[in-house]
Design a protein around this ligand. Structure first.
Ligand code: HEM
Ligand SMILES: [Cu+2]
Length: 629
C-alpha cells in the first residue's frame, strides 16, 4: 500500500465497496507495519509504557542506594553483575542510572509516548480526517522511535555500561571518550539513539502539523478545534523548530568525540596529559542543548494541558472556561519558550545583563501558565462534576502543575537560582511540574480514550485506587525534596553520608524511597487493569462519556478510514455542554443549530466562537420560520 491508498478512503468509496479488502491484511501489515494512525497510536502507547516501566525500575535502584548508602544487598549483585559489585551499586553505575532514567522519562515516555499516542489517535479522529497526511511517514516515525529505544537500552549491554553525566549530557564528560566509564560506547549509543529519536519526532510532527492544517473536515475551522488538537498542533510546531538544534549540537559532539574537532573543548588535562583541544567551549553546548531543552519541557506539558482541558470540560459538563484565552495562552507559551533557555545557565558565568534578560522573559512565561490554571479552576467551578478516573487524573495534573510551577518563579530569579541550582530544589520543581503533571495528563488521556482505542472499558475501582495511591505517593516523594534543596543538598550525589551537615536527611531519603517503591508497585496494578481490560473489559458503547467531539461519532470497531460513510460535517464548537434552557445536556459538534433551537443561547460567561450576534439572528430567523409553519 502506498501513501496514495488514503485517497481511496475519501468520499463515498466505502458505501460502494464496504471493507472486505482490509480484512485480508496479514498480521505484519495489521499490527506491525501498520499505517493506520489508530494502530500507530497503540504502538506508541505500549512502547511508551514499556519504557516507563524500565525507567521506573532504574529509579528504584538508585533510590535504594540513597536510602541505604551503607548496606549491602547481595541480590543486587545477582541482578546487575559487574554494575553492583559487593552488593552495592557502583558510583559509576549510579550516575548511569540517573542519566538513563531521565533520558527515557523525558524523551521516550513524555515526548514520544505522550505526543505519539495522542496526536496519532486524536488528530485524525477529532479534526475529521481519514488518516494522517502521510500514513507511510507516520509508520516510519514509529519505527525510528522503536529503533531509538532499542539502541538506548542496548547500552546496558556494552562493556562499561550506558552514558552517564545526566540527561543533558554536558561536555566535556560526553566529548572525551576516555573521561569516565559512561563517556565511552554508552555515550556513543546515547548520541546515535538521540539522532534517530529526533528523526522520529520530526516525521511525526510534520505529519501532525500538515494534517491539522490541510485535512480538517467541512466546518472544522480552527476555532472549532478541541483544545487537545490545539495543544498537540502547537507542540508539534515547537518540536519541529527546536529538535533540529539539538541534532546540530549532538552531531558536533560526535565530531568532537571521533574526528578530533574541538567545538566544545579547550584546555583539558586528562590523567595528567594535556589534550590537544583548543578554542572550543562547553557553554556553547549548553546553549544548543537548552535551546531545545526548554521548549522540550513545554513539548512535554502542552499535550497534557490539552488532554486535561478536554477531560475537565467533558466531566464538569461545562464548556471549558475561556476557550480563546486557553488557545492564546498556548500560543504565548509556544513563542516565549524559545527566549528563556538561558535560565538553565544562570550559573555558567554569563553576563549579568544577559541573566537579567532571561530572568524577565522567564517570569513572563508564568503569565500564560497562570491564565490556564485560572481557567481550569473556573471550569470546575459549579460544574456538575463526574469523578471518573480520567477526571481525577486531569485534576491531579492541575494540582501538580500549580505546586511545581510556583517553584519555577523562585528558580527564574537569577539571584535565588544561584543558591538553588543543582540542588534537590530543582529536582522537586521539575518532577512536580513536568514529571508528575505530564504523567497525570497522560494517564488521564489513557483512561478517557481507552474505550476509543480498545473498544472496552477499564475497571473504575482499580482506576480510583491507582489515582489516590499515585497522587499521594508523588507528593510524598517530591515535596520533601524542596527542603533538602533549600538546605543545600546537591542532586546527583552517590551518597550523602560523607557530609556531616547532610546526615540528617538520611531518614527523609529512606522515607522518600519507600514512597517511591509504593508508587512503583501501584503502577503494576494499573498495568494489570490496562492489559486485562483490553481483552476482558466491559464492551464500550459508542460515546461512553457523552462527549461532543468527533472521535465519538466513529464506530466502536475500528475501520481503516475511521468513518464508514462520509466524514461528518461540523457545525459548532466542541464545548456545548449544559446550555441554558437546553433540553439536552450535551450537543455534539455534528448537530446543526437548526436542530437545537431552545439551546442556541450561549452561557453568559462563554466566549462564543460562532459570534453571539450572528447566532442570535440565525436563531430568531429559525424560530420565526417555525411559527410561520
Ligand atoms: C512558571 C513557569 C516556570 C519557570 C519560571 C521555570 C523556571 C525554571 C528554572 C529557572 C530552572 C533552572 C533551575 C536550575 O537548574 O538551577 C528550571 C528547571 C527545570 N524546569 Fe522549570 N520553570 C517553569 C515551568 C516549568 C515547566 C512547565 C516544566 C515542565 C513541563 C519545567 C521543567 C523543568 C525542568 C525539567 C528543569 C530541570 C532541568 C535540569 O535537569 O537541569 N519547568 N525551571
Ligand atoms: Cu527552562
Amino acid at each position: 500500500m502506498s501513501t496514495l491508498a488514503v485517497h481511496d478512503h475519501a468520499g463515498t468509496h466505502h458505501d460502494e465497496h464496504g471493507h472486505e479488502h482490509h480484512h485480508d491484511q496479514s498480521f505484519l501489515s495489521k499490527y506491525v507495519f501498520s499505517m493506520d494512525h489508530k494502530m500507530i497510536a497503540k504502538q506508541f502507547l505500549i512502547t511508551g509504557i514499556t519504557m516507563a516501566v524500565i525507567a521506573m525500575i532504574l529509579s528504584i535502584l538508585f533510590r535504594i542506594q540513597l536510602a541505604y548508602p551503607d548496606k549491602t544487598f547481595p541480590l543486587l549483585t545477582t541482578l546487575l553483575g559487574r554494575f553492583a559489585p559487593n552488593g552495592r551499586i557502583s558510583p559509576d553505575f549510579y550516575l548511569a542510572l540517573v542519566t538513563i532514567h531521565g533520558t527515557i522519562m523525558v524523551f521516550f515516555v513524555l515526548t514520544a509516548g505522550l505526543s505519539g499516542t495522542f496526536a496519532n489517535l486524536l488528530i485524525p479522529l477529532q479534526v475529521g480526517a481519514r488518516d494522517m497526511a502521510s500514513p507511510f511517514m507516520n509508520m516510519l516515525s514509529y519505527w525510528f522511535f522503536f529503533l531509538a529505544s532499542v539502541i538506548m537500552l542496548s547500552s546496558f549491554f556494552v562493556q562499561k555500561g550506558p552514558a552517564s553525566g545526566g540527561w543533558t549530557i554536558y561536555p566535556p564528560l560526553s566529548a572525551l571518550p576516555k573521561a569516565m566509564p559512561g563517556s565511552g560506547e554508552g555515550m556513543t549509543l546515547w548520541l546515535i539513539s538521540m539522532v534517530l529519536f529526533v528523526a522520529s519526532s520530526l516525521m511525526g510532527g510534520i505529519n501532525y502539523v500538515s494534517t491539522v492544517l490541510n485535512m480538517r473536515t467541512k466546518g472544522m475551522d480552527l476555532w472549532k478545534m478541541p483544545l487537545t488538537i490545539w495543544a498537540l498542533f502547537l507542540t508539534a510546531i515547537l518540536g519541529i523548530l527546536a529538535f533540529p538544534v539539538l541534532v546540530a549540537g549532538v552531531v558536533l559532539l560526535i565530531f568532537d568525540r571521533s574526528v578530533g574537532t574541538s567545538f566544545y573543548l579547550s584546555d583539558i588535562v586528562l590523567n595528567g596529559v594535556q589534550q590537544p583541544f583548543e578554542g572550543g567551549s562547553p557553554i556553547l553546548f549548553q546553549h544548543l542543548f537548552w535551546f531545545l531543552g526548554h521548549p522540550e519541557v513545554y513539548i512535554v506539558i502542552m499535550p497534557a494541558m490539552g488532554i486535561s482541558s478536554e477531560i475537565m470540560s467533558v466531566n464538569s459538563r461545562k464548556p471549558i472556561f475561556g476557550y480563546h484565552a486557553m488557545v492564546y495562552s498556548l500560543i504565548g507559551i509556544t513563542v516565549l519558550s524559545f527566549i528563556v533557555w538561558g535560565h538553565h545557565m544562570f550559573v555558567t558565568g554569563m553576563n549579568p545583563f544577559l541573566g537579567g534578560v532571561f530572568m524577565i522573559t522567564t517570569l513572563i512565561i508564568a503569565v500564560p501558565s497562570a491564565v490556564k490554571t485560572f481557567n481550569w479552576l473556573a471550569t470546575l467551578w459549579r460544574g456538575n462534576i463526574r469523578f471518573t478516573p480520567a477526571m481525577l487524573f486531569a485534576i491531579g495534573m492541575v494540582s501538580f502543575f500549580i505546586s511545581g510551577g510556583l517553584t519555577g518563579i523562585f528558580l527564574g530569579n537569577a539571584a535565588l537560582d544561584i543558591n538553588l541550582h543543582d540542588t534537590y530544589f530543582v529536582v522537586a520543581h521539575f518532577h512536580l511540574v513536568m514529571g508528575s503533571a505530564a504523567i497525570f495528563g497522560m494517564l488521564a488521556g489513557v483512561y478517557h480514550w481507552f474505550p476509543k482505542m480498545f473498544g472496552r472499558m477499564m475497571d473504575e475501582k482499580l482506576g480510583y485506587l491507582h489515582f489516590w495511591l499515585t497522587f499521594i505517593c508523588a507528593y510524598l516523594v517530591f515535596f520533601p525534596m524542596h527542603f533538602m534543596g533549600l538546605d543545600g543538598v546537591p542532586r546527583r550525589y552517590y551518597a550523602f553520608t560523607e557530609f556531616a551537615s547532610m546526615q540528617k536527611w538520611l531518614t527523609i531519603n529512606t522515607f522518600v524511597t519507600w514512597a517511591a517503591i509504593i508508587a512503583a508497585l501501584t503502577q503494576f496494578g494499573f498495568l494489570y487493569n490496562f492489559f486485562v481490560s483490553i481483552f476482558k473489559g466491559r464492551k464500550a458503547t459508542q460515546n461512553p462519556w457523552e462527549s461532543n467531539t468527533l472521535e465519538w461519532t466513529t464506530p466502536v470497531e475500528h475501520l481503516h478510514g475511521n468513518w464508514p460513510g462520509e466524514i461528518p460535517t461540523v457545525y459548532r464548537w466542541p464545548y456545548d455542554y449544559s446550555k441554558p434552557g437546553a433540553e439536552e445536556d450535551y450537543i455534539p459538534q455534528t448537530v446543526p443549530y437548526s436542530q437545537t433551537m431552545s439551546s442556541n443561547v450561549p452561557h453568559d460567561f462563554e466566549d462564543n466562537p460562532v459570534g453571539l450576534e450572528e447566532l442570535n439572528k440565525f436563531t430568531s430567523t429559525l424560530k420565526a420560520n417555525e411559527q410561520v409553519k
